[in-house]
Design a protein around this ligand. Structure first.
Ligand SMILES: [Cu+2]
Length: 294
């Protein structure tokens, strides 16, 4: 039966793609060419998201296969040729109870880990460090309220890329945090709605003007982690990447000493970020930066 063979081949190919995509193509902290799965996890939250994703994937694959098998049985055994005199059955209480109860059980099995994960993401544990990310048209500003530092983080233009920097992802000043510490990220928008998102950390939260949102992450591996603004925010939405540099405790304190000198918040000036931003962005961006903050 050629149709059956074709269907089986189709199903086998599908499962092979699903299984293969999970393992080999993921990369830590950045997207990869032909990547089809989630980026590798670097935080406990993302570990759970990956688990939940895989759990759902297997579940829906099993359901799809089950329905496919039923369809094939119906097509083969109950077509007009194979079964010229059809049965006139209209009710079967057992089956009807089954197809009501089983989906309910499946939905409950999905809801329980889903809610557990949601609460885990939303409830910020006691933070070691608080940083504030402000989305602006079209860059991010980071401040460390406890250390009294604030700086802007602008994308490196393609023509200025140095060895090892990534196009559309690398920035001039990265958000630097120590490894294995709980970082609370307060997120707000200065002008329009942006979204602070770092896939490897499993965080994505809107940056809304006038409303302080918060999320958290605890990076368990050192390295560079990239994300992008994930809320369509205007002309340069695609050019305001997020780069988080996770470093050792020692490197972090060295960076902090440097940053306290370089990025100190000047209490006398009302908007210190404006002055810093005006000095740094390329000439064509100065006008946008100024109007965005005031
Ligand atoms: Cu944005």
């Amino acid at each position: 039966m050629p149709v059956l063979k074709r269907l089986i081949a189709f199903a086998v190919t599908g499962v092979t793609i699903l299984v293969g995509s999970g393992a080999a193509l993921a990369w830590l902290g950045q997207p990869t060419e032909w990547g089809m799965s989630l980026q590798q996890s670097a935080t406990p939250v993302m570990d759970d998201i990956v688990w939940f994703h895989d759990f759902l994937l297997w579940l829906i694959a099993a359901i799809v296969l089950f329905v496919l098998v039923l369809l094939v049985i119906v097509m083969v055994r109950f077509n007009a040729r194979a079964n010229p005199v059809p049965s006139r059955t209209t009710h079967n209480t057992f089956i009807e109870v089954l197809w009501t109860v089983v989906p309910v059980v499946i939905l409950v099995a999905i809801a329980v880990p889903s809610f557990r994960l949601l609460f885990y993401e939303l409830k910020v544990p006691k933070p070691d460090i608080t940083v504030k990310a402000t989305g602006k048209q079209w860059f991010w500003s980071y401040s460390y309220p406890d250390a009294k530092i604030e700086f802007d983080s602008l994308m490196v233009q393609t023509k200025d890329l140095k060895q090892g920097q990534l196009r559309l992802l690398s920035v001039d000043n990265e958000l630097v945090v120590p490894v294995n510490k709980v970082i609370r990220v307060e997120v707000i928008g200065a002008d329009v709605i942006h979204s602070f998102s770092v896939p490897s950390f499993g965080i994505k939260i809107d940056a809304i003007p006038g409303r302080l949102n918060e999320t958290w992450f605890k990076a368990e591996r050192e390295g560079m982690y990239y994300g992008q603004c994930s809320q369509l925010c205007g002309r340069d939405h695609a050019f305001m990447p997020i780069a988080v540099h996770v470093v050792s405790e020692k490197e972090y304190s060295a960076w902090l000493d440097m940053a306290k000198k370089k990025f100190a918040v000047d209490d006398a000036a009302p908007t210190p970020a404006t002055a810093a931003a005006d000095a740094k962005p390329p000439a064509d961006k100065v006008a946008d930066v100024g109007s965005a903050i005031k």
